[in-house]
Write a protein that binds this ligand. Structure first.
Ligand SMILES: C[S@@+](CC[C@H](N)C(=O)[O-])C[C@H]1O[C@@H](n2cnc3c(N)ncnc32)[C@H](O)[C@@H]1O
Ligand code: SF4
Length: 451
């Protein structure tokens, strides 16, 4: 039997599974985690330690139909100015709680479209961040950039503020696809953005592209990847387009009959994947590619690749603090998420308290299972020795778990004394395999296609 038939029989083309950027996943968060927990978890960060900081900007000048991010369209700067004031007030609150000497190993601005901030707003936000904490040595400051929403002045401010990693949204270069997904973006606009970024010495460039888009074919994705490769990006995120029009209402503009089938999605992914690999990129986890000298490729080689809400990272900080509406923070004690509504978030911060609305405090086997799933998503293997050392689980308990999962996947995996390994032909199943290590009831959550 060929692999494709086996993958199909194992349910790959029907399954809906989480992307596991956290464990447990966000639908399992509850209001048991309060602003008080969030404050006490920040208080507990070790003095002189490092944290990562994520600032969320949920505004866009244009609202692309395909986009599943929670973001608000705005034609004027007024709501953005008010929001940045709130973010600054939240940073002041953070400063009051953060122990002495803590530095930032990572600063990430995401959205939405952070580059719709005016240069003055950007400068004010950067200054406020520096009042809270300095950058650690080798810190990274990365910003998500819509190439349509960019100019030299704003890039000057970001580069002067220390931005050393830029992430641009490309999605696809094909004009018909761009029209169908409501995201027009000429090749020249993207090329100019890349040139402006590089001219400012920003040493690392990431680009997001999508497979599984309406009207996408092998030849079209080949052309998109080749155009992208002409920019020599340091990293590429090749995300599967998640079509969830019941959640992201704008996606109702996209004709579902133009979407590829799950089997075609696998072909599209594989076509793009081969092109990146031929060009010398390392495959990073399930959907990223990195140049051999990029931090992600090095982290993968040395077993230090991690996964968080922003995807794959080589950041080793135990604490990620997310500020802004809907942002999620991660601590050794658990997750805390801010109120998703900008109004509720703003109300809380203006009253001088944190805006935590829900979260999850780790208990029982949570951290063990979280690490198993993270290892699978990062390295396609679960190393028994690390789990036995850090989580006190016995070898026999692990082996029993691995055997049960391997049986469910018709013996496709390799089990040795080192642990469990997912060979290349079974890798499309990785999120489904991870699901087997997930102890929570996934039936209520609306997840995306397993391919
Ligand atoms: C916050 S957006 C990117 C930044 C910037 N606003 C832009 O549009 O260029 C982050 C990324 O999420 C991805 N994304 C958005 N909607 C998606 C969907 N429905 N399925 C998969 N990926 C999606 C896109 O690749 C997008 O570049
Ligand atoms: S893709 Fe970017 S610009 Fe388009 S709606 Fe989403 S966040 Fe905004």
């Amino acid at each position: 039997m060929d692999t494709r038939t086996q993958l199909s029989r194992l349910g790959l083309f029907d399954a809906k599974v989480p992307r596991y950027t956290s464990y447990p996943t966000a639908p399992h968060f509850s209001n048991a985690v309060t602003p008080g927990h969030f404050a006490s978890w920040i208080d507990a960060v070790p003095e002189n330690g490092t944290v990562s900081l994520y600032l969320h900007v949920p505004f866009c000048r244009r609202l692309c139909w395909f986009c599943a991010c929670r973001t608000q369209g705005t034609a004027t700067l007024a709501p953005v100015e008010a929001y940045v004031e709130t973010l600054k007030a939240e940073l002041d609150l953070l400063k009051r709680h953060l122990p002495r000497g803590v530095k930032l190993s990572r600063l990430h601005w995401g959205g939405g479209t952070p580059t719709l901030l005016s240069p003055d707003l950007m400068r004010a936000l950067i200054d406020k961040v520096h009042e809270v904490a300095d950058f650690a040595d080798n810190a990274e400051f990365s910003v998500e950039i819509d190439p349509n929403e960019l100019d030299g002045e704003r890039l000057d401010v970001l580069a002067a503020g220390g931005m050393n990693r830029a992430s641009i949204g490309v999605q696809d270069f094909d004009e018909e696809i761009q029209q169908t997904i409501g995201r027009p973006q000429g090749y020249d606009v993207t090329r100019e953005a890349v040139e402006m970024i590089r001219e400012r010495g920003v040493h690392s460039l990431n680009a997001d592209i999508l497979y599984g888009l309406p009207h996408q074919t092998r030849s079209r994705i080949t052309e998109t990847v080749q155009k992208l490769l002409s920019f020599a990006p340091d990293r590429v995120a090749l995300y599967g387009y998640a079509h969830v029009p019941w959640m992201a209402k704008r996606q109702q503009m996209i004709p579902s009959e133009a979407l590829p089938t799950p089997s075609e999605r696998l072909d599209l992914f594989d076509t793009a994947r081969r092109l990146f690999v031929w060009d010398g990129y390392a495959e990073i986890g399930i959907d990223h590619f990195a140049a051999p000298d990029d931090g992600l490729a090095i982290a993968q080689k040395t077993g230090r690749l991690r996964r968080n809400f922003q995807g794959y990272t080589d950041d080793t900080s135990e604490v990620l603090i997310g500020l802004g509406a809907s942002s999620i923070s991660k601590f050794p004690q658990g997750y805390a998420q801010n109120a998703p509504s900008t109004g509720v978030y703003t109300g809380a911060i203006r009253e001088g308290r944190f805006a935590t609305a829900k979260g999850h405090a780790f208990s029982g086997e949570d951290t063990l299972r979280a690490r198993m799933i993270e290892m699978l998503m990062c390295d396609f293997r679960i190393r028994s020795s690390e789990l036995m050392r850090d989580h006190g689980i016995s070898e026999s308990a692990l082996t029993a778990m691995f055997k049960r999962v391997n049986t469910a996947f018709e013996g496709l995996m390799e089990i040795t004394e080192d642990g469990l390994f997912v060979p290349e032909e079974a890798r499309p199943l990785t999120r489904m395999i991870a699901r087997h290590f997930d102890a929570y009831d996934l039936s209520k959550a609306g997840h995306s296609s397993a391919v």
